[in-house]
Design a protein around this ligand. Structure first.
Ligand code: EPZ
Length: 421
């Protein structure tokens, strides 16, 4: 998919289903490396980030196959610890292969990980934590070379609750000798999912979802069968899409406890939101209120992965809103294309890590030719195209395929006029 053509300005009505969480599946795939036995993972979305991860893993000698939304992974034939495939530069989560490969082989070689171009995204927190566990790490020939005579459990305090660093330490600690305690750990639901998965394989991990995670190293892990949690960012994207276009949409497999910061925002904007079991209904009948100030933060704060989508919705609010981005230094890239549609957004850089978007609500957005830059920017621009009157053509649309399975048909199913080409 290179371009999406959207004829917007109409409300959406109907039901949408949310698939499994991309950001839960990716570290869980790395955790499969802990066992030689065959692992079955259900509710794995068919998206390109997972394809890329499986491709990188195939280079390590790992076999995988997909049967609809089920992945079957077999790491018994692992032959290499060199994670240097050219795909490593495409996805950030390749970095968590490091912790799993070190756990299994006590050595690993990783090319510099990539991912969405939303900031520098260093891995210093990962490296510092692994070094505390006895891993010797050098950087040569654009690769991180890791080796550990002995992988030892350790008391590690993260300087920032990094999701990936928390996952990497959990993976390495799972086969280290002794106990590891991670303090200031990330509390995202995807960390809890990783804990559940590894414990199903015979692990002994506790505390995920809080800021202190305890892992007791084990020498052997066994097969398991696991069903992935719903993708809270896809669910949140659909909730914001409905707020932007107006209408009444029921979103199935959307866990309210995974999106409380967002639902508070949606209520503040004046849309109606109700949760019932694993479904969330969003209705928007009148012009939205602005949000005087909100900011992104680690879970349970407002997720940075929904910030561009919120910005798109606030372009039509009845007043001025301010969003402060605290996680990535370059994550307001959607603003440029939103302004091409007639939005009024001013970006102010605060310091090397944080910036502000001041969004003055306008009465209408008008279709235009716009350009995607990354996964969540494209999600925001699709929402904006659905809000805009007339025809919007989103170029470089392919980024959306990294994290949203079948999004064109999903939007069509609730009345959106969108075509891929
Ligand atoms: C995960 O990335 C998610 N990706 C991201 O989602 C998400 O935005 C992010 O967590 C924050 O919630 C996956 O799970 C695959 P971090 P991760 O380590 O682990 C800095 C999406 O759209 N940092 O919590 O890379 C870093 O630069 C993606 O699905 C360091 O400085 O996030 C960033 O500014 C985008 N040094 C901040 O911390 C480090 O060693 C958060 O990073 C590690 C991180």
């Amino acid at each position: 998919m290179e371009t999406l053509t959207i004829n917007g300005g109409m409300p959406l009505y109907g039901e949408l289903n949310v698939g499994g969480s991309k950001n839960a599946v990716l570290p869980i795939l790395a955790a499969c490396i802990l066992t030689d036995e065959e692992v079955v993972i259900h509710n794995a979305p068919d998206i390109s980030d997972i394809d890329d991860m499986l491709y990188i893993m195939s280079d390590l000698g790992i076999k995988s196959r997909r049967e609809n939304d089920t992945l079957i992974i077999n790491c018994s034939g692992m032959t290499s610890y060199e994670i240097s495939d050219e795909h490593v530069g495409k996805i950030r989560s390749s970095v968590v292969l490091m912790g799993a490969v070190i756990a299994r082989f006590h050595t690993a070689r990783l090319a510099q990980p990539g991912g969405c171009d939303i900031g520098a995204r260093p891995i210093d927190i990962h490296l510092s934590a692994l070094r505390q566990m006895g891993v010797n790490i050098t950087y040569e020939d654009q690769c991180w070379n890791c080796s550990a005579e002995k992988l030892s459990g350790s008391n590690i305090t993260l300087p920032f609750p990094s999701v990936g660093a928390t996952e990497n330490v959990i993976l390495a600690a799972s086969m280290a000798s002794g106990q590891t305690i991670i303090r200031n750990a990330a509390k995202e639901p995807e960390i809890e999912a990783l804990q559940t998965f590894i414990n199903l394989m015979g692990g002994q991990i506790s505390g995920a979802g809080t800021d202190t995670v305890t892992i007791t190293g084990k020498s052997k892990y066994h097969a398991c069968e696991y069903t992935v949690i719903p993708d809270r960012i896809v669910a949140g994207t659909y909730m914001l899409m409905t707020c932007g276009t107006g209408g009444d949409v029921l979103i199935r497999n959307a866990l309210h406890e995974h999106n409380r910061a967002l639902t508070e925002c949606i209520s503040a904007m004046g849309a109606h939101i109700s949760a019932d079991g694993n479904s969330i209904r969003v209705r928007k009948t009148r012009r939205l209120n602005p949000i005087e100030f909100t900011q992104t933060a680690p879970f349970p704060g407002f997720p940075t992965d929904l910030q561009p989508q919120l910005m798109a919705v606030l372009t039509l609010a009845n007043g001025t809103s301010v969003i402060r981005e605290n996680i990535y230094e370059n994550r307001f890239k959607a603003a440029y294309s939103l302004c091409a549609l007639g939005a009024q957004i001013n970006i102010q850089v605060i310091d090397s890590q944080t910036s502000l978007a001041v969004i003055r609500g306008v009465d209408i957005l008008k279709g235009a030719q716009i350009y995607g830059t990354d996964l969540r920017c494209n999600a925001a621009l699709i929402i904006a195209g659905l809000q805009a009157h007339g025809t919007t053509v989103l170029h470089r649309a392919h980024f959306i395929e990294r994290g949203y399975e079948n999004i064109v048909n999903a939007i069509k199913s609730v009345g959106g006029d969108i075509t891929a080409s």
